[in-house]
Design a protein around this ligand. Structure first.
Ligand code: ATP
Ligand code: MG
Length: 284
């Protein structure tokens, strides 16, 4: 039996999705311009689809799992379980209005024409806020709608905000924060679930490794205690004697969040020759 995964065929999620599978040690054959492929070293079949179609395929069980943006998943409102947030494809669904216009809260959207590719989510937002507005569904280049008189405001995906800026728009409301997620069909059998668990275990090891760095440093023996106190490490740091008398080498793992702070403190405490090495996998 093979697990079937649906990923985006081309577009913003494609590279990161393929990369993630590769980092999980899954070899993919000939991914370019194919509709589907399989792995030689993991029981996985990969379907390449438009991202809009992925929630439906997973709900129907044509694919067992899929990688898709939360924005698309919620917009399609299909039955699927989020297994893991993947940390890429980050963006938000926002309402933006022409920069010259005043904004005094959601009531400013009353009676407006809103261009969007996300009618379901926008409708939900409007209903929640008791706003009557006209939704104009368009499938691409939503940001030009106000400029050509098609709509008064837009609800679109934003990451840096530069597209809005270029089109003379400003962001006034955020409807949703989104990133790519791994989803699964609602009722997988035990064998399929086991394969999903296996894949998720690998994904977590890869994510964890990206978030951490391996560090090696040298220190005079009389500073080692102070240095160890600064290091969190998985258990406790490794301390090895150097060939040079009176010196030790200390090895540990640091999380990206605290990384620079701790490096500074280590230097101040007398650490020398600090090496920082990326970690490929982290199994905990
Ligand atoms: P498809 O042909 O598969 O339908 P698409 O044109 O609908 O592709 P892309 O533009 O490739 O979709 O975006 C795919 C996903 O990438 C989005 O649904 C969203 O989750 C994520 N994403 C991240 N940042 C952005 C951004 N700035 N603009 C649009 N999407 C983004
Ligand atoms: Mg799409």
């Amino acid at each position: 039996m093979k697990l079937r995964i649906a990923i985006q065929k081309s577009g913003r999620l494609y590279e990161d999705s393929v990369q993630l599978l590769k980092e999980c040690g899954i070899d993919l054959r000939n991914v370019k311009d194919r509709l589907k492929t399989e792995s030689d070293n993991f029981p996985l079949e990969i379907f390449f689809l438009r991202d809009d179609d992925i929630p439906q395929y997973v709900e129907d069980g044509v694919a067992d799992i899929g990688i898709v943006g939360e924005n698309v998943l919620y917009e399609k409102n299909k039955k699927a379980v989020i297994v893991e947030k993947l940390g890429f494809g980050k963006c938000r669904l926002s309402v933006a209005i022409p920069r010259s216009q005043q904004y005094e809260g959601v009531q400013s959207l009353q009676g407006k024409r809103i261009a969007t590719s996300y009618p379901y989510l926008v409708n939900e937002f409007l209903a929640k806020n008791n706003i009557q507005a006209e939704i104009h569904e368009i499938s691409g280049s939503v940001e030009i709608a106000p400029g050509i008189g098609l709509a008064d405001v837009v609800a679109d995906l934003v990451s840096s905000g530069s597209t809005l800026l270029m089109n003379g728009l400003k962001e006034v409301e955020t409807l949703l924060q989104s990133q790519a997620v791994l989803i699964r069909n609602n009722d997988l059998n035990a064998e399929q679930q086991k394969l999903v668990d296996k894949l998720v275990f690998r994904i977590r090891s890869v994510k964890k490794a990206k978030h951490n760095k391996y560090i090696l440093l040298n220190a005079p023996n009389d500073k080692v205690q102070e240095i160890i106190a600064l290091l969190p490490g998985m258990k406790s740091p490794t301390v090895l004697p150097l060939a040079e008398q009176g010196w030790s080498s200390v090895h540990s793992v640091l999380s990206e969040d605290t990384f620079w702070d701790i490096i500074e403190q280590l230097k101040a405490a007398g650490a020398q020759g600090i090496l920082v090495v990326p970690i490929e996998k982290m199994i905990i």
